[in-house]
Design a protein around this ligand. Structure first.
Ligand SMILES: Nc1nc2c(c(=O)[nH]1)N[C@H]1C(S)=C(S)[C@@H](COP(=O)(O)O)O[C@H]1N2
Ligand SMILES: [Mo]
Length: 388
């Protein structure tokens, strides 16, 4: 048996990745251990992270990212009000508000419309070091949001589109010290340009299978290039309105406070969470004979990537290679690999940085010193490893 065959057999037997070939996943992106490589320990992560399959969250162990698309049961997941159970037969998506023809669409109605799909990887805006595991990449299939809105006939007065999930919870709303407890639906909004851009999808499938309950079964909004929070799960209603939507998850809980120098004066700006900030992180370091492979992930808003580089200790930035399969898909996360030769025993610091074609460079921790909330942490992440 050739090496190649052996490796395939091992994969098929041990890791349930049969079918990867069909998805066009290159061998180098397969899990390091299966390639006869050994994992180099990260000194800032325990050897085993217990994946957290609680009702609320699943954080993945990024060292075991396996191929371009995240399998549905290895896709990170998080939400705020638990998981509502939606009966797919009784399900109706409502389109209401400033439209000429309010709609109530069954799952079959949606599936009868022309389908479209997109490979899109995102992270939760709270994803950060050392775990970095609130992220995933999938091929999402559904119906174009614009198509559905066109069918409803959006009126000129509609400036804001609110996406409500079927999930809800009691929230305390404070108005100058007077607190009301109100049961609220999960809601997020898009302005008219973003809603009608033609890119968002009302998705009913990921990687060719129906969404899981965690992913928002039976229907979720997918907005390629945006942070996780924008992708409303268990989508129940789209409401077109004139006014800004200031719900908790739009205007309060998910916002970033940054200090910016404008004309020599510090301005504190608060912004809602929208497009993914340019980011890379090292997900795995493995040893294969006398070389080491440094494997990582890039998350971005769809702007093409110019380069991704890796720096070891105080050495120069060295170019890493982007996996061409991920590079072809505009909104996919990108996977990169850097071959590290001549690693000496002992502790080392490894860091990656990505640059897009507009010249935007992933910031350092110092660059983000004036970001006062923990969301949108796209800073360069130094990893410490120990070479045995
Ligand atoms: N209806 C609804 N949609 C939601 C949420 C939620 O609480 N309710 N959480 C959001 C957040 S914070 C994130 S990061 C993503 C997570 O999507 P995933 O579970 O598929 O990874 O869903 C978003 N969509
Ligand atoms: Mo999130």
């Amino acid at each position: 048996m050739s090496n190649q065959t052996t490796r395939r057999e091992v994969l098929k037997g041990g890791l349930a990745v049969a079918g990867l070939g069909m998805l066009g996943i290159p061998e180098w992106a397969l899990p390091a251990l299966a390639q006869g490589e050994t994992l180099v320990p990260f000194l800032d992560l325990p050897e085993k992270i217990v994946l957290v399959p609680t009702a609320d969250r699943r954080i993945i162990d990024i060292r075991y990212i396996n191929g371009l698309l995240s399998p549905r049961d290895h896709f990170a997941t998080t939400q705020h009000y638990g998981h509502p159970t939606v009966d797919p037969v009784a399900f109706r998506l409502k389109i209401s508000g400033l439209v000429d023809k309010p709609l109530s669409l069954s799952l079959d109605d949606l599936k009868r419309m022309r389908s479209t799909d997109v490979v899109f990887g995102f992270e939760c805006s709270g994803n950060r070091r050392p775990l970095q595991g609130l992220t995933g990449n999938g091929r999402w299939t559904g119906v174009s949001l614009k198509r559905v809105l066109d069918e409803a006939g959006v009126q000129d007065a509609a400036r804001e589109f609110v996406f409500f999930g079927a999930d809800h919870g009691e929230e305390e709303v404070d108005f100058r010290g007077t607190v009301s407890k109100l049961d609220q639906q999960f809601g997020r909004s898009l302005d008219r340009d973003d809603a009608l851009s033609g890119e968002p999808i009302l998705a009913y499938a990921m990687n060719g299978e129906p969404l899981t309950v965690h992913q928002g079964f039976p229907l979720r909004l997918i907005i390629p290039g945006w942070y996780g929070i924008a992708n409303v799960k268990w989508l129940a209603e789209i409401h077109a309105q004139k006014d800004r939507f200031l719900g908790k998850w739009q205007a309060r809980w998910y916002r970033t406070l940054r200090g910016e120098m404008i004309n020599g004066q510090m301005h504190w700006t608060e912004k809602d969470i929208s497009r993914l900030q340019l980011k890379s992180f090292i997900a795995r370091v493995s040893q294969a004979g006398d070389q080491h492979n440094v494997f990582g992930i890039i998350l971005h808003d769809g702007t093409p990537i110019r380069s991704v580089e890796v720096k070891i200790d105080n050495g120069p930035w060295q170019p890493a290679t982007i996996d061409p399969a991920s590079g072809r898909e505009k909104y996919s996360w990108k996977q990169f690999n850097y071959v590290w030769r001549g690693a000496t025993p002992g502790e080392h610091t490894l860091v990656s940085r990505v640059t897009d074609v507009t010249g935007k460079v992933q910031p350092t921790v110092e660059d983000l010193a004036n970001k006062k909330s923990f969301l949108e942490d796209n800073s360069q992440h130094e990893r410490k490893v120990k070479i045995g």
